[in-house]
Design a protein around this ligand. Sequence first.
Ligand SMILES: *Cc1c(COP(=O)(O)O)cnc(C)c1O
Length: 228
Amino acid sequence: MSRGDRLSEVRERLQEACSRAGRETSAVRLIAVSKTRPASEVDRIAAHGIADFGENRVQEAESKLPAVSAAKLNWHLIGHLQKNKAKKALSLFQWIHSVDSESIAARLDRLAEEASLSPRVLVQVDLAGEDTKSGIPEERVASLVESIRSMKQLRFEGLMLLPPFNDDAEQTRPFFRRLAQLRERLHRSGLMAADSQLSMGMSHDFEVAIEEGATMVRVGTAIFGSRA
Ligand SMILES: *Cc1c(COP(=O)(O)O)cnc(C)c1O
């Protein structure tokens, strides 16, 4: 199957999930995750009208992005951000989905001020208590959000989730639902807008994420084919 066909199929799945959930297709942003894929493939997908691309490593993005010809793309950092990569990340990405500590947020804010940038950030939440993954535990999210909102340069946009992997998307549904409930609680506390971003759902489970309220889905293999 060609990449264009895969993309059409993803768009169809996205539309069907939206209509099942009674949501507008425009309420869900499709982020094409181009990690391990060359710049030429980004250009090919961009030519089909995709404007949002995700990468999980700053170093890979650093060599790839300058080689992309398509203009006006939004780049999303969806992987863990190391302190020593924060400055470089700001120069490459307009969106950072993986903010998970006060210290990384404060550092981004200071560097963004020096560079006159206003990056959009999401707080990555760890709902499963997985040691191996990044993300802040649920009980500490409110205080991190409060502190980000008080910062000068960072624009707080919402929450991001990378749940434990399960082939069966129904097993992941409770995690998606909990992230949506967390947004609702933070909204009632006055910490976030009711419609702020929920970045959740990947190739094999994005329909379920959409049914549970995802506003951004991060899709790699279903668009580009399986990674080596
Ligand atoms: C790779 C990656 C994705 C996309 O995964 P696919 O299964 O290829 O769709 C989504 N989110 C994060 C954080 C990733 O690292």
